[in-house]
Write a protein that binds this ligand. Structure first.
Ligand code: SF4
Length: 282
């Protein structure tokens, strides 16, 4: 199988596409399509050499077909009809038309604009959450442009996204490497202290594959986390740290490197001096 559509029996065909469902991809797969409907997915081994995980996808990708064809999938706007909220109150969601949905939202936003975009304390009156801390919104076509043109919006309570996003990784990734995406340099690393991150569950098929290869090569991974995750179980060592003490642990490691060891022989000084910007070296 190559990277082109392959005809199967009758109207069935295999279409090579990619999965980026959880943003750990893109990972390559073939989708079997019958009469225009996706019915099955499979890895795309034919294009494996172009893909770090050799054309494999993870188990989540197999669920996309069920997700797409689920009869309970919500495809139209829903309006809450029961103003009472609580565990024992059915929200009474009913399906409404797109026109009605747009009219409701537009009327509310116009009323807020009339009142003022910020409140007495200077905080935005509109808050929005799209199931993510920012990245998903950027994929929404003209939606980001609309949000920018609106004015101040509080995105503070939006969080959680995909399988892997810890948010701070993007912030520090941009500080350190000028890169939004951060990934472990598994093929060139011999020792990893892994804090909290459940690598085997959240790094996608490529991340899991690369680190599995590196462990076979001899990479030692020390997993620091209170509970024994699948990543801890597959690591050379598990350090069952107390919850919320990661920072203290890291300060202790830094202290040991800087004050108890000869840091110039322990650290890759050339890398630190030339490829990142540590304040204490400049
Ligand atoms: S890790 Fe799985 S769900 Fe995520 S993009 Fe890859 S194949 Fe898709």
């Amino acid at each position: 199988m190559s990277n082109s559509t392959k005809l199967l029996r009758g109207t069935r065909k295999l279409v090579p596409v990619y999965c980026n469902q959880c943003v750990c991809g893109p990972d390559l797969l073939n989708v079997e399509v019958e009469n225009g409907i996706a019915i099955r997915v499979e890895p795309n081994f034919g294009i494996g050499t172009a893909h770090p995980a050799e054309g494999r996808v993870c188990i989540k990708a197999y669920g996309i077909v069920q997700k797409t064809n689920n009869p309970n999938r919500i495809t139209r706007p829903m309006k809450r009809t029961n103003p009472q909220k609580g565990r024992d109150h059915d929200p009474g969601f009913v399906e409404i038309s797109w026109d009605e949905a747009f009219s409701i939202v537009a009327a509310r936003m116009n009323a807020i604009r009339e009142k003022g975009l910020t409140d007495e304390e200077g905080y935005p009156r509109v808050a929005a959450s799209f199931g993510g801390g920012g990245t998903p919104t950027r994929y929404m076509g003209s939606f980001p442009a609309f949000l920018s043109s609106w004015g101040p919006i509080d995105f503070g309570f939006g969080s959680g996204q995909g399988a892997k996003c810890y948010h701070s990784e993007h912030l520090y990734g941009e500080f350190w490497h000028r890169a939004f995406t951060v990934t472990v340099d598994s093929p060139n690393t011999n020792y990893i202290i892994n804090l909290g991150n459940n690598q085997e569950a959240s790094s996608g098929v490529t991340g899991v594959w690369r680190q599995a290869d590196a462990r076979v090569r001899g990479l030692k991974r020390v997993q620091v986390e209170p509970h024994l995750s699948v990543t801890g179980a597959l690591s050379a060592e598990w350090v069952p740290i107390k919850p919320k003490t990661d920072s203290a642990f890291l300060y202790a490691v830094i202290h040991r490197i800087l004050y108890e060891l000869d840091w110039k022989s322990v650290c890759d000084v050339r890398f630190l001096a030339e490829e990142v910007i540590p304040p204490f070296l400049t």
